[in-house]
Design a protein around this ligand. Sequence first.
Ligand code: SAH
Length: 394
Amino acid sequence: MEYCQIILKPKKEESLLRFHPWVFSGAIQKITGKSAEGDLVEVYGSNGRFLGIGHYQIGSIAVRILSFTQRPVDADFWKERLQMAYSLRQTLELAGVENNNTYRLVHGEGDHLPGLIIDVYASTAVMQAHSVGMHHARTRIAEAVLAVMGEHVKNIYYKSEGTLPYKAGLENEDGYLAGGEVEDIALENGLRFYVDWQKGQKTGFFVDQRDNRSLLEKYSAGRSVLNMFCYTGGFSFYAMRGGAKLVHSVDSSSKAIHITRRNVELNFPEDARHEAYAEDAFKYLERMGENYDLIILDPPAFAKHKNVLRNALQGYRKLNAIAFEKIRPGGIIFTFSCSQVVSKENFRLAVFSAAAQSGRRVRILHQLTQPADHPVNIYHPEGEYLKGLVLYVE
Ligand code: SAH
């Protein structure tokens, strides 16, 4: 097959030689042939050396590299990549085990598949394309998922309305590429929950907090827990299993609160320790008392772009400051940022300012990040996005 060729400007090949999978539009000298958005293109250095093959897109990231060696991107390619991803999840004991059937199968660049996310919930895989190329390849990818996963995955839901570049005008509609509607109960570390991949946020659940929820469970015994920004209650049911005295879950979305109640009920029927509130975080934090001794703060990404970074850091500072002011002595705070543009250092600085403002003595017990099924390609440090601190407040 003939591909368009993209020739880079002199010296612009270095990052590709180091396996960084993006070609920025500014690095391009010329394009031979006519490449449409989403097409496969070959990238060459100014000296004519082959550098990689990937998906072309109009925008600042012009090419997302799929392979650094010259090879066809065909059914075998997708199967190979999917097999590699699945094997890793088996090695991590997340797939094919009794107490867990919820995990990220494909984490974009971290699985050498830039632009593609796949989360698995029991027998359903939810697939999300972030590039036009992955959108065009969706049927072939779905076939590879079914081939590799065998009986483990029966349904594939494609959910890319909110993630594909708007300007590409693809008019994509979300829907099933294989199988259909089921009400599966997902399982994470032995805890059960409903996932609404059709109407829920992201792919339906925040798989990336699994390890951090497990850690929280260990600190929960006898504590009064506030799970702020609870979404569908992930941290709450772990806290309950950990023996919390009470758990209050708060989220501004009443739909999320409805699912939180169902999920807690599913694991701990008629357990009076849990209450859920659909309310704005700041309003709740202002009006609440000083009775909590374990607080989780897991807000949505405050900064989606670099130019709003300052405001985001102010947001983190303000949020954490109220928690520091109100938590009981001997209390523990699990605080997170999932903004990719907020660095670990910046986040820590924001939390430091909040601590200083409150005048409390604070120690860092753990520094948290994303779990192993969200691997970071070492040549693509941008893939690291989740940051968390566990703090002991004297
Ligand atoms: N901790 C969750 C994920 C949190 S996602 C888990 O483990 O699954 C962030 C959540 O913050 C979303 O559910 C969103 O509805 C909620 N949210 C956004 N703005 C909010 C606000 N101002 N007050 C309360 N909740 C808010």
